[in-house]
Each structure stands twice: as C-alpha cells, then as structure tokens.
Design a protein around this ligand. Structure first.
Ligand SMILES: Cc1cc2nc3c(=O)[nH]c(=O)nc-3n(C[C@H](O)[C@H](O)[C@H](O)COP(=O)(O)OP(=O)(O)OC[C@H]3O[C@@H](n4cnc5c(N)ncnc54)[C@H](O)[C@@H]3O)c2cc1C
Length: 325
C-alpha cells in the first residue's frame, strides 16, 4: 500500500480525497465513527468558522446559518466519505508504527499493515489536560461537555475560561443549572468569541453566574468542592464538575513513531511546513496535531491544505526520475 492515514477527522478525510485523486493506494484508519472528535463535541455546538471555511476539496458545505452546527458538519463529512467511496476502516485504532524496509509496519486493534508512507492526522481532542487534584476521577467530573439538559436544576462548577467553558456555562445556566465558574487567571479568556464574551461578562456582573477568578480547584468531594481563592480556601456545595481546561495531542504516540518534539515546553512536532514530512522520512503530519501544546494555532480552516501538500510530495517521490525513465 502506498499510504496509511491515521485518523478519520476532517483533515484525515481530506488526505484520503487527495490520495484518491493522485491514484495512490491508501487506507484511512479511524478508531471511532467518521469524524469522531466532532461527534464528541457539545450537541448544540456552533462552529466559529463559516461553512465555506470548513470545506474540504472545494466540496460545497451548505448550512442553514453562515456558521454551521455540529450536526450539519457530521452530515457534510459523512456524505463526503460515502459519496466518494473513500477507503476507510472505522472503529480500528492504530496502536503502533514502526519503520521497516520499504516503509512502515502499522499495528492496530484489529490487524497489521505495511505501507510506503504514513500520515498521522489524529488531532488533539482525545487527551484532556487534567486538573491533577484529589477526586478528579469521581463520576461527577467530566472533561467533555455534551448536553445542557443533563445539568438542569443542578449545582454545576465549570473550570476554565476559554470558548468551551464559556459556551457550557451559558448554555447550562439557560437550562436552569446553578453555575459557578472557576477561573485560574484574572479574567474570562480574551480569545473567547467576541460575540459571546459580553454575554458571559454581563451574566457574571449581574450575579446570574458566579465566578471565582485567580482561583483553582484544590479537591473534588462527592457533595462539594474545595477552591483556593485569593481570599483563602472556599467550600462550594456541588453536584457536577465540567473541567474544560483544554486537550493535548497523544505525544507518546508521536514519540513512539520517532517524531522529534520541541523542548520549549510547547512540544511542537518536527515537520517541514512545505511538505508536512516529519524528521522520519515518509512519515507526515496533517491537521491540528501540528501545533503540539499550542492547540489554538491550527484548526480546519488553516490546516485543510496539508492534504494537498502531502499528496503532491508523495506522488512526486513516486515518479521515476529522468535517469530511471
Ligand atoms: C469546541 C470546538 C470548536 C471548534 N470550532 C472550530 C471552527 O469553528 N473552525 C475550525 O476550523 N476549527 C474548529 N475547531 C477545531 C477543529 O474542529 C478541530 O480541531 C478538527 O477536528 C481538526 O481536524 P483533524 O482532522 O485535524 O482532527 P480531529 O477531528 O480531532 O480528527 C482526528 C481523528 O483521529 C482519530 N484518532 C486519534 N487517534 C487515533 C488512533 N490511534 N488510531 C485511529 N484513529 C485515531 C480520532 O478519533 C479523530 O477522529 C473546533 C474545535 C473544538 C474542540
């Protein structure tokens, strides 16, 4: 096989489309359903990009509003996979990549493969940044927000100050949850969508949503939280905790594949931005995984071209040189 693409998210699918156009033999391996990360997004989530900026391979994305909803995106990417008959295995997790003669050996939860080239397009949504406090493993704590109805009439603590935390706090408050935000810094994130930020600031100002700034969770207990605030430790009666403190790529998986990561704390993987090839010849990165810990740097809008760069590089490397011709 010429190419194995690890990850069936929007960018992995874009890589499959480009490989198909170049006549490369390829297979996409996805550990969950099509666009698994988007499937795990909040049910009412609306993209901050307009639909044309989420398009891959110039395939039109028609949505009800300018900014599409999660369900519309699921439908769009699913239809691209089915209508183009992309070669994809779902619910098959890649567990190991090893260089071998003529390419790579790929081990998965179901089979073994050999491939001349590999693309890692595994995103960053699978590993949450943990709080690292006692009680974080209690069932009342989640790092993924799904549906506001679940928290109606409950005492909900939302940890974080980014878009995900703010969206969850506002939605759950509007469904009747008693919401308290726990913010490590002095304010709500300045990267929060400009059309949403005034809403949360007004809710906090008027006291509808409580907020502890410059504060952190010290411990999670079954019926309350211990919070360290500038005024000392506070006990907060509590039913549920949404710890929306961001996510990170699976660095162990990248290192196991031989990819170098920057040592400046940002763990940026090493790759050539013109070809997306890593320090391991024949091994490429595509999509939001390219940012390492800087998960705000890359998104669908600005990483969808990775697919074209890689397919061009692979097919150029397969063309016989003039001396071979
Ligand atoms: C709440 C939220 C809102 C966002 N809004 C926008 C927006 O408006 N505009 C925008 O451009 N971007 C937005 N983004 C960012 C963007 O949606 C994602 O980052 C996007 O999913 C990136 O696509 P990807 O294909 O690189 O990664 P992903 O979509 O994360 O796909 C990676 C895939 O790899 C699979 N995978 C992981 N490990 C393995 C393995 N070992 N074996 C097999 N499969 C594996 C995963 O299951 C997943 O399906 C948003 C992100 C979030 C969280």
């Amino acid at each position: 096989m010429d190419l194995i693409i690890i990850g069936g998210g929007p960018i992995g699918i874009a890589c499959g489309l480009e490989a198909q156009k170049k006549g490369l033999s390829y297979l996409i391996l996805e550990k969950g359903p099509i666009v698994n990360s988007l499937f795990n997004y909040p049910v009412n989530m609306q993209f901050f990009s307009s639909s044309e900026r989420l398009e891959i391979d110039d395939i039109p994305f028609i949505s009800k509003e300018a900014k599409p909803k999660r369900n519309e995106a699921l439908e769009y990417y699913r239809r691209i996979v089915t209508s183009n008959k992309l070669n994809i295995h779902l619910f098959e997790e890649v567990t190991a990549i090893r260089r071998e003669a003529g390419g790579f050996h790929i081990g998965t939860s179901k089979a073994e493969y050999h491939s001349g080239h590999v693309i890692i397009a595994t995103g960053f949504y699978d590993l949450p940044n943990l709080l690292g406090v006692p009680g974080e493993d209690l069932p009342k704590v989640s790092h993924y927000y799904k549906d506001p109805h679940f928290y109606a009439s409950q005492k909900l603590a939302v940890v974080g100050a980014s878009n995900s935390a703010v969206d969850a706090a506002l939605e759950c408050w509007r469904k009747g949850a008693e919401v308290t935000m726990i913010v490590r810094g002095p304010e709500i994130g300045t990267r929060v969508k400009y059309w949403v930020r005034p809403d949360i600031l007004n809710r906090i100002e008027e006291g509808s949503i409580k907020a502890f700034y410059n504060s952190t969770v010290a411990e999670v207990l079954p019926d309350r939280l211990l919070i360290d605030t500038p005024d000392g430790r506070v006990e907060l009666p509590n039913d549920f905790v949404l710890a929306l403190t961001g996510y990170q790529p699976n660095f162990a998986f990248l290192e196991q594949a031989g990819i170098d990561l920057s040592e400046d704390g940002k763990k940026r993987p090493h790759y050539n931005p013109e070809t997306m090839e890593t320090n391991v010849p024949g091994l490429y990165l595509a999509g939001v995984i390219c940012g390492g810990m800087e998960t705000h740097k890359w998104f669908i809008e600005n990483s969808r071209d990775h697919a074209r760069l890689i397919a061009n590089h692979i097919s150029a490397s397969q063309k016989p040189t003039s001396s071979e011709a």
